[in-house]
Design a protein around this ligand. Sequence first.
Ligand code: NAD
Ligand code: MN
Length: 358
Amino acid sequence: MKTYAIAAIPGDGIGQEVVPAGERVLQALAATEGGFAFDFEHFGWGGDWYRQHGVMMPADGLEALRGKDAILFGSAGDPKIPDHITLWGLRLKICQGFDQYANVRPTRILPGIDSPLKRCKPEDLNWVIVRENSEGEYAGVGGRAHQGHPIEVATDVSIMTRTGVERIIRYAFKLAQSRPRKQLSVVTKSNAQRHAMVMWDEIAAEVARDFPDVHWDKELVDAMTARMVNKPATLDTIVATNLHADILSDLAAALAGSLGIAPTGNIDPERRYPSMFEPIHGSAFDIMGQGLANPIGTFWSCVMLLEHLGELAAAARLMHAIEAVTAQPALHTRDLGGQATTADVTQAVCHALKASQD
Ligand code: NAD
Ligand code: MN
C-alpha cells in the first residue's frame, strides 16, 4: 500500500483549527478508501515559534519538507507581529524556496451556498484563476532610504522575467485545454504599465500559437472585476500576475459565497519540490480560537492535494462528501449565515465519506 508523506503546517490563528480538521478528513478518507495511507508530520512554525526563536521557521526548515509528497498549510499571520514578517518568514519562504510558481485557485458555487450575485445560476460560475506565484509585484525587490526624514523614499519593484511569464502562461493554457470549455482569459494592464505588461501580452500571444484549440481573450484587470460580477458565465480559466490574481481571487471567493470556502494549491508543475495546499483565507483574528472557522476551504484544498498526488477517484469522493455537507444549511458555519462549528462540519464530512464507502 502506498503511504504519502504529508507535512502539516497549521501556522497561526484559525490555521490551527482548520489544518487539524483537514488532517482528520484525509485520514477518514484513507480509512474508507483502502489503497493508500497518509503519514503526517507536524511543524509548529509561525507566530509562537517566532516568539521563541526570533524566526517564523528554522533556517533548515525547507530541508525537513523537501522529501514530502505534499504540504498542507493553514495561515501565516499573528496579531502581534507585522504581517510582512509573518508572510515572508514562512509562507513565501516555502513558495519561493520550492519555486511553486503556479498558484491555482478554483471557484465554484457549491450546492446550498448562496452567492451574492443574484442573477447568477450556480453553473454560470466555474472558474480557475492561475496566479503567477514567484515574481511580479511580490518579487520582494525594493528598499527604503532616508527613513524617518522628509526625503524618505520607498520602492517595491515589480520584476517580470520572460521565463517567469512564459511558464505561467503556458501552464494556464495547458490547464484551460484540459477543461471542457477550453477557454482562457489573460488579465493585463498594458495600457498603463507600458513595459512588463506589454511583454506579458506579447508572450501570451506567442504561447497561444501552441494551443490552437484554446479560445483566449485579453482583459484589463479593472474591467475584469466588472466582468466577473456582471458576466460570470463568460469566464473559465483566468491567468494574471501575482498582485492582480491575489485581488481577483478574493473577489472570486466572495462571489462564490465566502472566503472560508476557497481553496488553493501552490504548485511546482515540474515536481522538483513538494507542492503546498491551503485555504486562501488568512488567520482570521476576529474569530480565532472560537471553533467558528469554516473548514471547507481546507477540505477543498485537500481535494486539490489528492489530485496532485494522482488519487483522482479519492479526490472526487472527497469533493462529493464536501458538496453533500454544504447542501445542508444546518451544517453551515457563521460566515455562511449558519450556526455550525468547525467540528460539526468536519464530523459531517467524515460521516459522508463513510456513507459513500461503497
Ligand atoms: P482573513 O482571511 O484572515 O479574514 C478576512 C475575513 O474573513 C475575517 O472577517 C474572517 O473572520 C473571515 N474569514 C476568513 N476565513 C474564514 C473561515 N475559514 N471561516 C469563517 N470566516 C473566515 O484576512 P485578513 O483579516 O486580511 O488577514 C488576517 C491575517 O492573516 C493577516 O496577518 C494576514 O497577513 C494573514 N493572511 C495570511 C494568508 C496566508 O497565510 N495565506 C492569507 C491572507 C491573510
Ligand atoms: Mn490574498
